[in-house]
Structures are given as structure tokens and as C-alpha cells.
Design a protein around this ligand. Structure first.
Ligand SMILES: *Cc1c(COP(=O)(O)O)cnc(C)c1O
Length: 377
């Protein structure tokens, strides 16, 4: 059993910045302005390992380093293996590129009909609202274009993408991601949502964001009032570890829910961060308590310099097996592998069906016992 009690009290912003006035701490623009953006700044606040020092020296050529004060305070500074720390502080292994790794691991560029849009599936598109985030996840699947450190020419306007959606009436679902759409101003997001809601064939709008995790302060009353006009907006958060589920994030989720948002969560399976059933179960339970439904658990993409983050696929399948039956169905995300090169998301499940023919389905239950279901004759 994972020591869930360890997380039974929500962690508040503690540690550094204790002298900052609450009005400042609770202002997301203050959080943005006071981000830690280099190794020197970070070293002033915590003792780094040699491995991290090397990672920080080289990181900017690949994916910028940036860390909000809120998220920094979730790091256990005494623990070099802290799961929060590993997600955001570069390590030397990031610079080691293996032959199977790719700049564009899930082949988004080749299914991009216009800049800032990926149209891979028949009825839905991915719209890249920005190339920036509040902080950068070291395993970012879009590090080729995110953070401005690789020289990728990110298109400045999303008008061509909007016109494409307007012209393609098969598009009923728009996923707004990036970068992180919620680091844009309320006005910019308002403009985008207004345009999308005005398109008759767009039935379903969702936003993928980690901003509420990096700085729950982003979820202001004015943001919520704006989102409410377009309800229901589906929001996919990105949390990976139960320790990210703070009291502040819980309050932010409550506000979003009151504004008519429907909340889900996407996690990435990461070695040494969340690669056990106990941690995944604890995370799922925290999420449900915040009104967030676990949606996907991703196998880590083959992004360059990611070998130190990737588990084997059996690990993910075994985690799902250890959840199914043992906890609420609502707590179980769909484990998927985004097929390298652009095949899309492929579900990876434990094998419960032992045999199937026109007479009988033989199957294993969650306890490993065999059962039969007779087919209709
Ligand atoms: C993940 C993804 C979607 C959304 O897929 P769902 O399974 O509907 O959540 C859409 N487009 C692209 C390119 C994606 O990667």
C-alpha cells in the first residue's frame, strides 16, 4: 500500500515566499513574473544535484526551464528523487538521444493542414493556442515547438486554423491545447471560444491545460465567468502525482465546476514519478475528490532525451489490472499509447477475454478467476 495518509492533508504553499502578501501570492500574474527560469535562480532556493546542474546548463537548447513559485513549493527539497522535482527540473539524461526517439514523436506535423492545427481523426481537431506554458514538463511531447528554445517558427495567428474549422463541417470537436491555452489572457480565450461557439458544426469544445496545477491562482472569478458563457467547456487537466492535488487546486476545480466546466485528467506514466498502482490509485482518488474524472494515462512518447522517463508497457498494463475491480470504475483512466509516427492513440488493456467464439466467451474476472458467458444462439 502506498502511504496515502501522507497526502491526507492538502499541502499549502509553504516553504519559500512566506513573506509575500497573500494578494500577491494569489495573483497568477505574480506567479508568472516570479517564475524561476535558470539554474542560478534555482540554486539560490535549493541544493541541486550534479546531475541537475548539468541538465540545467544544457536544457535551454531543447526546452526552456521555468518553474512557478506555487509548483516549486511542492518539491521536497531534501529528496533528490522527489516526484515533483523530476517532472520539471532537467537532468543530464535529457541530452542523451536514443535512435528510436523523435522530434515529433506522434507525427503531428504531417497531419497539420494549416499552421497550429492537427487534424488526425475524422471528426475532431487539435488547435494549438500558444507555444508557451507556465512551467515546462521535461517529458513534453511537443518540445519541438514549445517554449521558444528550438527556433521553431510558431505561426503568430490562429485565424487560418479557425477558417479551416469553419470550412470543414465534419469537425464537431475542437481540442484547444498548446502550449497552455490558460496562460493567454481572458480576452484572448474569450475571443477564441466566441469564434468556435459561433460555428454551428462545432458541438464540443475542450481545453487541455496544466496551468491550474502549476498555478491554481490562474482560475480567477473573471476566467470562470467568461468560461461559463460557453458552458459546457470540457477541461483536461494534467496531474501526474497525488502531491500536485493541493487545497489550492481543489478550490480551483470547484470554481471551474461551478462555471459549468466538466473536468478530466490526463497523466503521463513516468518512471520514478508515478509508475506504481499505489501512486496511480492515490492520484485517482484525489482527483475524484476534486470532481475530476481520470481520462487518459499515456505511455510516455518517444520524445528525444526521454529514456530516463519511459517505463515498459507491461508496467502500465499491470497498473490498470491492479486498479480494475479494486477501486471505483470512475477512478480508472484509459491507458493509451500514442502510436509513434502518427497512428493515433491505441488503448492498451489487460487481457480479460481468454477466448471468444460464436458459442462462448471465456474470461477472467478482476480476481483472476475464469468465467463463461454464453452467446445468444
Ligand atoms: C488526443 C488527440 C485528440 C483527442 O483524442 P480523444 O481520444 O478524442 O481525446 C485529437 N487530436 C489529436 C491530434 C490528438 O492527439
Amino acid at each position: 500500500m502506498y502511504p496515502e495518509d501522507h497526502f491526507s492533508r492538502w499541502r499549502h504553499g509553504q516553504g519559500h515566499w512566506g513573506d509575500v502578501a497573500p494578494e500577491q501570492w494569489n495573483d497568477w500574474l505574480w506567479q508568472m513574473r516570479h517564475r524561476i527560469v535558470d539554474g542560478q535562480g534555482l540554486e539560490k532556493l535549493m541544493q541541486l544535484t550534479e546531475n541537475e546542474r548539468q541538465g540545467l546548463m544544457l536544457a535551454d537548447e531543447k526546452l526552456a526551464f521555468s518553474l512557478t513559485p506555487h509548483f516549486f513549493n511542492l518539491i521536497d527539497r531534501g529528496d533528490p528523487d522527489c516526484p515533483i522535482r523530476k517532472q520539471v527540473i532537467p537532468r543530464a539524461a535529457e541530452m542523451v538521444v536514443n535512435p528510436e526517439e523523435l522530434e515529433d514523436p506522434v507525427g503531428e506535423e504531417k497531419t497539420s493542414p494549416v499552421p497550429r492545427l492537427v487534424h488526425r481523426y475524422p471528426d475532431r481537431v487539435l488547435l494549438l493556442a500558444t507555444d508557451r506554458c507556465a512551467s515546462y514538463c521535461r517529458y513534453c511531447t511537443r518540445s519541438r515547438l514549445v517554449s521558444g528554445s528550438t527556433g521553431y517558427a510558431f505561426a503568430t495567428h490562429f485565424e487560418p486554423a479557425l477558417q479551416y474549422i469553419e470550412a470543414h463541417n465534419e469537425v464537431r470537436d475542437v481540442l484547444i491545447s498548446g502550449g497552455d491555452p490558460l496562460i493567454l489572457s481572458d480576452d484572448k480565450i474569450d475571443h477564441l471560444l466566441k469564434r468556435l461557439r459561433a460555428i454551428e458544426h462545432v458541438e464540443f469544445i475542450r481545453i487541455g491545460t496544466r496551468a491550474p496545477v502549476f498555478m491554481p491562482q490562474r482560475v480567477t472569478d473573471s476566467l470562470c465567468a467568461m468560461l461559463e458563457k460557453y458552458a459546457p467547456i470540457f477541461i483536461s487537466l494534467h496531474t501526474n502525482h497525488p502531491r500536485e492535488c493541493t487545497q489550492e487546486l481543489k478550490q480551483a476545480c470547484q470554481k471551474l465546476i461551478r462555471a459549468g466546466c466538466v473536468l478530466g485528467n490526463q497523466s503521463v506514466l513516468l518512471k520514478g514519478v508515478n509508475d506504481t498502482a499505489a501512486i496511480q490509485r492515490s492520484l485517482a482518488h484525489r482527483l475524484l475528490q476534486m470532481g475530476v474524472r481520470p481520462y487518459y494515462l499515456y505511455q510516455c512518447d518517444l520524445i528525444t532525451g526521454s529514456a530516463h522517463f519511459r517505463t515498459n508497457v507491461q508496467t502500465g498494463i499491470e497498473i490498470i489490472r491492479e486498479l480494475r475491480g479494486f477501486t471505483s470504475g470512475y477512478a480508472i483512466p484509459q491507458y493509451v499509447i500514442d502510436a509513434p509516427g502518427g497512428g493515433g492513440k491505441v488503448p492498451a488493456n489487460p487481457q480479460y477475454i481468454q477466448s471468444i467464439d460464436n458459442k462462448t466467451v471465456r474470461m477472467l474476472n478482476w480476481q483472476g478467476d475464469s468465467y463463461e458467458y454464453p452467446q445468444p444462439q
